[in-house]
Design a protein around this ligand. Structure first.
Ligand SMILES: [Fe+2]
Ligand SMILES: [Fe+2]
Length: 404
């Protein structure tokens, strides 16, 4: 073997690179969390949720490696051009602009950087990084495979605005000005401000695309449980609306700063679980020839939750909705068993497994969230206060919106 041709990435250069990848994946989590309620196209919203979750796993893998070779493990990269790129992403003019910039420019840039890292680092010495990067690449390539058709479909359908195309070009220039994700490419002069940039404002309402026909229905009483067929239909129709829970976790993730990394990791899993619960409802309805886009969306629930501080929103969801769902869910498992409906039974049992974790997350993080928000109540008082609101407003369906 020719020693001159051997891979020889220096360990100091290596940690700078791993930190750049971590930073980009991590910032994208926050960008998509901020945008999640605002993304209207259902399939894109689901992919954004999946990106938040998968990126959290990638950030975690890089964090576990980085903490072995730098302290502190989480550091902002020392490159103003890269920081500008990641800070700009959120100010996309619309959801297609955001999607084209991230999935069409940033993610492919990341893939190119990771592919090159694999072959330039010293393979045996840096095997822990190489293994992590190979797994990240697997997910990023699969993500491209799922999202590219969504971007192409939007283009064919004429849903991509001029502003979105201009934004994609702007982000591509910012990436070139940073020398690519790895920073080693030739750098162009930084571009000026983009005319298509729209300053991001956190959404307080949930967007749905035009295929959804009922946005604002009230939560009507469900058919009684002993009317098994009618009740089950409504049970799974309600699952299809759990995107609202994902959107609430996204709002909390976006607004809360300074929480430990493990909170973001748990919240990302929580968020995407709720996307999967919604998809479970879609699958159930489609198997029975029903159109899930015709199910009511109850978007006022998100508007109602958004008027409370993030810690209250998180408490309403985990200690209100999630804690109280178990007796009902267990009755549903038994009902589906009695009816010989194996798939519905399995769906609910997996849901119970996820929801058990969500309640655990609530217990784990509410004390930290309270501390971080400066609320002087102890967790018991705080939870009791939140549950009073939940009982009076959510359970009764009287979702009071205080007009500001
Ligand atoms: Fe759920
Ligand atoms: Fe949940």
């Amino acid at each position: 073997m020719n020693p001159a041709a051997a891979p020889d990435l220096d360990i100091d250069a290596n940690r700078v690179l791993l930190n750049r990848y971590r930073h980009v994946l991590h910032e994208a989590m926050r960008v998509f969390a901020g945008w999640l309620p605002r993304i209207a196209r259902f399939e894109l919203k689901c992919e954004a949720g999946r990106t938040i979750w998968e990126n959290s796993l990638h950030v975690n893998a890089l964090y576990l490696r980085l903490r072995e070779i730098q302290s502190p493990a989480f550091q902002a990269p020392d490159d103003a051009a890269l920081l500008r790129l990641t800070a700009e992403l959120i100010h996309a003019p619309d959801e297609q602009g955001l999607a084209r910039a991230y999935y069409g420019v940033v993610a492919p840039g990341l893939i190119a950087a990771l592919e090159s890292h694999e072959v330039t680092t010293i393979p045996n010495s840096d095997l822990p990084s190489v293994r992590a990067l190979k797994h990240i690449l697997l997910d990023l390539r699969a993500e491209q495979g799922r999202v590219r058709p969504l971007l192409a479909e939007a283009e064919t359908a004429g849903r991509v605005t001029d502003a979105a195309y201009a934004w994609e070009t702007h982000i591509a220039r910012l990436l070139s000005a940073a020398g690519g994700i790895a920073g080693g490419g030739s750098r162009i002069d930084p571009p000026g401000a983009s005319a298509s940039r729209v300053e991001f404002t956190p959404p307080r309402e949930a967007a749905r695309d035009e295929r959804f026909t009922t946005l604002g229905a009230d939560l009507a009483a469900m058919p009684p449980e002993d009317e098994h067929a009618a009740h089950t239909e409504e049970e799974f129709e309600r699952y299809s609306t759990e995107v609202l829970a994902a959107e609430t976790v996204a709002v909390v993730m976006y607004h809360v700063r300074g929480m430990p990394w493990e909170f973001q990791l748990d919240a990302a899993r929580h968020l995407h679980d709720e996307i999967r619960h919604a998809l479970m409802g879609y699958e159930w309805m489609r198997r029975r020839g029903m159109d899930p886009f015709r199910s009511p969306q109850y978007t006022h629930i998100l508007k109602w939750r958004c008027q409370f501080p993030p810690a209250v929103q998180y408490c309403l969801l985990t200690m209100g909705n999630e804690v109280h769902a178990f007796p009902y869910r267990h009755r549903r498992v038994e009902a589906h068993q009695r009816a010989g409906d194996r798939l519905s039974e399995q769906f609910v049992r997996y849901d119970i497994a996820d929801e058990t974790q969500h309640v655990r997350f609530g217990h784990r993080w509410l004390p930290e969230l309270l501390k971080q928000s400066g609320d002087s109540r102890n967790v018991e008082e705080f939870t009791a206060d939140c549950l009073r609101v939940w009982e009076q407003e959510y359970r009764t369906g009287r979702l009071t919106l205080n007009v500001e």
